[in-house]
Design a protein around this ligand. Structure first.
Ligand SMILES: Nc1ncnc2c1ncn2[C@@H]1O[C@H](COP(=O)(O)OP(=O)(O)O)[C@@H](O)[C@H]1O
Ligand SMILES: [Mg+2]
Length: 251
């Protein structure tokens, strides 16, 4: 079982106004099998945390540690992080013109496993996972995210997670822009991954809605670049009722 340890993480980004510190000492440990909801107001740094873990070049790590099973993640290249078992579903998935979903998935699977998947089981796995996510098979031949609706992009992210079987998955606002049917389909996908693997999940969300479908073990309130409070599922209920105002005063 895997363990992701984030210790006193600081990160900055270059803005037109100069260097800006976004992450201001994040401490968080996620073990395989656990689901951690990261909730917080817009602009608090949640996506920056996701990108910092994934290794986005725009964000400079200025302090702290990220360890996956004791290995220094910050020393790894982006693809080494993926091979080590980290997965990021982005808030705004990028278009990859000229690369079909089918090719993309197979290339990613091959890169992560270090060998090409057996064609017979792979075709069946992809088809099964797409069925599960109620994705039309024609999707496999479309270019990655090109012209995808918001809901299609999010399903495609979960499709990747289901096929790549990461040990730690960071899901950044996978619920945003989904209608209630799509939210259910996507949530069921996350729950299947939880049932079938030992994946540890960091579920970043602004709203409590998805937490009715994907049950968190821990809830962390993220404000102004760090975790301001943590608790169990009851904390999400409190946020639903009260909003983030209580945290923003003085932030
Ligand atoms: N690439 C960037 N360039 C400039 N500012 C950025 C960049 N990325 C993030 N920021 C700023 O960092 C803060 C946190 O952003 P973000 O991590 O996206 O927050 P959240 O996901 O919680 O809404 C915001 O004030 C945002 O404008
Ligand atoms: Mg965000």
């Amino acid at each position: 079982m895997s363990i992701l340890e984030i210790k006193n993480l600081h990160a900055t980004v270059e803005t037109p106004e100069g260097t800006k510190e976004i992450l201001k000492g994040v401490d968080l440990t996620i073990k395989g099998g656990e689901t951690h909801a990261i909730m917080g107001p817009n602009g608090s740094g949640k996506s920056t945390l996701a990108y910092a873990i994934a290794g986005h070049p725009k964000y400079e790590i200025t302090g702290g540690e990220v360890l996956l099973d004791g290995e220094d993640v910050l020393e790894m290249s982006v693809d080494e992080r993926a091979r080590a078992g980290l997965f990021l579903a982005m808030q705004y998935p990028v278009e990859v013109p000229g690369v079909t979903v089918s090719n993309f998935l197979r290339t990613a699977k091959t890169a992560i496993d270090g060998e090409a998947p057996s064609l017979r089981t792979w075709v069946k796995d992809v088809k099964g996972a797409m069925d599960d996510l109620k994705m039309d098979p024609v999707f496999a031949e479309r270019n990655v995210n090109e012209g995808f609706s918001g809901g299609e992009k999010k399903r495609h992210e979960i499709l990747q997670m289901q096929l790549l079987k990461p040990s730690i998955a960071v899901l950044d606002e996978t619920d945003s822009g989904l209608d209630v049917d799509a939210l259910r389909v996507v949530s069921e996908g996350v729950n299947r991954a939880k049932e079938n693997t030992e994946v540890g999940i960091m579920l970043i969300t602004h709203y409590t809605r998805i937490l009715q479908y994907v049950k968190p073990d821990f809830v962390h309130v993220f404000v102004n670049g760090k975790i301001a409070e943590q608790g169990g599922p009851e904390l999400a209920e409190r946020l639903e009722a009260e909003g983030y105002d209580r945290f923003l005063v003085g932030a």
